[in-house]
Design a protein around this ligand. Sequence first.
Ligand code: NAP
Length: 246
Amino acid sequence: MNTILITGASSGYGRETALYFHEQGWNVIATMRNPSAADLPESERMRVLQLDVTDPDSISAALGAAGPFDVLVNNAGIGAVGIFEAMTMERVRRIFETNTFGVMAVTHAAVPLLRAQGSGLVINVTSSVVLGHMPLVSVYKASKMAVEGFTASLALELEAVGLEAKIVQPGYCPTTRFAANVGPVDEFLLEPYSAFSDKILGEFAHQEAVTTERHIAEAVWRAAHDTTGQLRFPAGPDSVSMAQAR
Ligand SMILES: NC(=O)c1ccc[n+]([C@@H]2O[C@H](COP(=O)([O-])OP(=O)(O)OC[C@H]3O[C@@H](n4cnc5c(N)ncnc54)[C@H](OP(=O)(O)O)[C@@H]3O)[C@@H](O)[C@H]2O)c1
C-alpha cells in the first residue's frame, strides 16, 4: 500500500487530495499548521501531523514522525493580489517564505529520506498564473514561477538517483479558503492605477468557477501514477485550456 504526505491539508486542494487518496485505499499523512482544526475522517490510514512549511523545526519533527512515504505533495500556499508598488517588502518576503522557500525546505528535508528508500516522487503545486498574462498577482506569480523552474531542474537531478519530481498547475477555484486568506485587496491598491485595477478586479469577480477541488485531487492522482515522464499537469478546465493555448 502506498503512502502520500501532503502539506496544507487543512482545507481546499490539500484536504480534497487527502480525502481522494484515502478513498482510493492509500495511507495519507495530512500535514497542517493546526492539527486541532483537521476536518478529515478518523481512520488508521489517515494520520494528521503538525507542519508549518516556514518553520525548520516543524518540518524536521513532521518528517521524523511520518515514517516512510512514497509521494510528497507540496501544496501549502498563500495568495497575494494587488499593485506591486503598494505591497510591502515584508509581505513579498512572506509570500516567498511560504510558496517558494517552504516548498524548497520540505523538499530538502524529504529527498534524503526518499533516496534512502530508493524511490519517491515530489509533486509541487503551482498555479495556472504561470501559464498566462496575469495582472495584479506579480508577487504570487513570481513565487510560483520560481517553483516551476526549481522543479523542472530538480526533476533532472532526481532522475539520476531514481526519484521523480512533477508539477500540478491548478486553475482558479473560489470555494477553497484561498481568496479569504489573501485578505482585503484594498490595502494593496493605489489611486494612479485605479482605472486599471478596477477593470481587472471586475473581471476577477465575474470569472467563471471552473476548477474544483476534485479536479486537483484527480490531477495529483494522475501525476502520482504517471509513467510517461510528463512534468507538468495543468488541472481544472481553465488551466488546461490556458496550457493548450500556449
Ligand atoms: N484556489 C485557487 O484559485 C488556486 C489556484 C491556483 C493555485 N492554487 C494553489 O493551490 C494550493 C492550495 O490552495 P487552496 O486553493 O486549496 O487554498 P486554501 O484552502 O487556503 O489552502 C491552502 C493551505 O495552505 C496552508 N498553509 C498556508 N501557510 C502555510 C504554512 N506556512 N505551513 C503549512 N501550511 C500552510 C493553509 O493552512 P492554514 O489552514 O493553516 O491556513 C491551507 O491548508 C496553494 O499552493 C495555492 O497557491 C490555488
